[in-house]
Write a protein that binds this ligand. Structure first.
Ligand code: Z5A
Length: 218
């Protein structure tokens, strides 16, 4: 399926596996833009509105006893949350001229529900086209090995949520899908080696965003 998505230059997404350091980097990017006088909205997926945060709760908590969450249900809930988030939070901010920094966006659905769960890419692309219709101008992919990322996430919170309880091979497929997407869209993606110390990773991300900002102004 050929998709035609509108790219918004001030819409920046952060992607990567668990424990990649997205939250840490997002704070550095926000500080950099604000120091420049920009208005910045920081947000996350799934979530970003009261209803989308409720959907996040449904997605991440343990499933009811005896009832697995079907991959299709998971995908549709991700897109239901995104539909709200886009219309109630992201688009209004972009339309008033703010920068939007988003911890995960549609690339995560390709990586987790496509790569991880094995759902057809055409299904995800169809939802992206018809429910979302836009994409970030710049996506920073924080890439770290699965073992290291999982160890970091466990160090921060030892009680895994429903998705974090998946096996390593699931997260290897997620990582590979992110890397394949980055290779397929080099104009939008920047891959950042997130195995380095947090301050080095953040500085690299800030450098990429500053380059992107300059390119938009020229
Ligand atoms: N999901 C999905 O399946 N489909 C979708 O479409 C979307 C999401 C949108 C929730 O996302 C889950 O939803 C997620 C994907 C799925 N499931 N999983 N797994 P989330 O973003 O809230 O969950 P997460 O990726 O697991 O978050 P995270 O573990 O918090 O990752 P992070 O934000 O990238 O990491 P962090 O909080 O910045 O850092 C984690 C810890 O590592 C923390 O203690 C830091 O101090 C430490 N850290 C950070 N950077 C470093 C470096 N460079 N060195 C050493 N230690 C570090």
């Amino acid at each position: 399926m050929t998709t035609t998505l509108t790219a918004y230059p001030r819409f920046i997404s952060l992607e990567g596996g668990e424990g990649a350091g997205k939250t840490t980097v997002l704070n550095a990017l926000r500080a950099m833009l604000q120091a420049d006088g920009a208005d910045v909205l920081s947000t996350r997926e799934p979530g970003g509105t009261p209803l989308a945060e409720q959907i996040r709760g449904l997605l991440l908590r343990n499933e009811p006893a005896g009832e697995d969450v079907a991959p299709e249900t998971e995908l549709l809930l991700m897109f239901a949350a995104r539909a709200q988030h886009l219309r109630h939070t992201i688009l209004p901010a972009l339309q008033r001229g703010s920068w939007v920094l988003c911890d995960r966006f549609t690339d995560s659905s390709y990586a987790y529900q496509g790569g991880g769960r094995g759902l057809p890419i055409a299904l995800i692309a169809g939802l992206e086209q018809h429910v979302v219709g836009l994409q970030p101008g710049l996506t920073l992919l924080l890439d770290v090995g699965v073992d290291e990322g999982r160890a970091r996430a466990r160090g921060r919170d030892p009680s895994p949520d429903r998705i974090e309880r998946e096996q390593d091979d699931f997260f290897e497929r997620v990582r590979n899908t992110f890397l394949q997407r980055a290779a397929a869209e080099p104009d939008r993606f920047r891959i950042i080696d997130a195995s380095r110390p947090a301050d080095v990773v953040a500085a690299d991300a800030v450098r990429h965003l500053a380059q992107w900002q300059r390119a938009q102004q020229s």
